[in-house]
Design a protein around this ligand. Sequence first.
Ligand SMILES: [Mg+2]
Length: 210
Amino acid sequence: MKHISFDMEGTLIDHGYSEHIWGTDIPQLYAEKHGVDLEEARRRVFHEYDQVGGARPEWYDVGYWFRRLGLPGDWRELPERRRGLIRVYPDAKIALEALVSESLLVVSSNTIREFLKIQVEEVGDYFTHVFSAPSDYQSVKKDQSFYRRIIEVLGIEPNEMIHVGDHYTYDYLAAQSIGVEAYHLDRTGKTRGEDTLESLTELMERLEKA
Ligand SMILES: [Mg+2]
């Protein structure tokens, strides 16, 4: 049985859930706390996000942002409260249903564990393993070493895994460079390459032909 690894955001679910928490909920809490309107709060919070930057691990840590921005309450309540915003792509549902009987499915994501846990619950009970680069490996991106660790945990060789995701560098190139059979999902259909897919139903077609 082959292992098929999926990226989460942009691949199985859309970006709406994370975007709402980072782009609206956190600025909203900031606005209430500091007595400014939402627009001003967004300006200030986004400026703070830029100050830290995605190359540092704390950028991904909601608890860190609650402390840094002086926000009230328990940050863990936020990802749970927004569960209803998680939208699973219809083709993802179809592909997971079809593939789960003939493959071992895993999630390999750059999302923190507290978000990822809820996302996986909403997608469904398909996965043997769920890997979070920032939470499990304190890594800010899905690089070669992330995929090597996954292979190691699964106890397989790189060529026994398929990975699919929507980021050309961190899903496609990084996985492919260690010998994983990787596919780049471009839902816009703008790029076409040998290993480019427009949907996850296209992944099913590829695997049937193989
Ligand atoms: Mg993605």
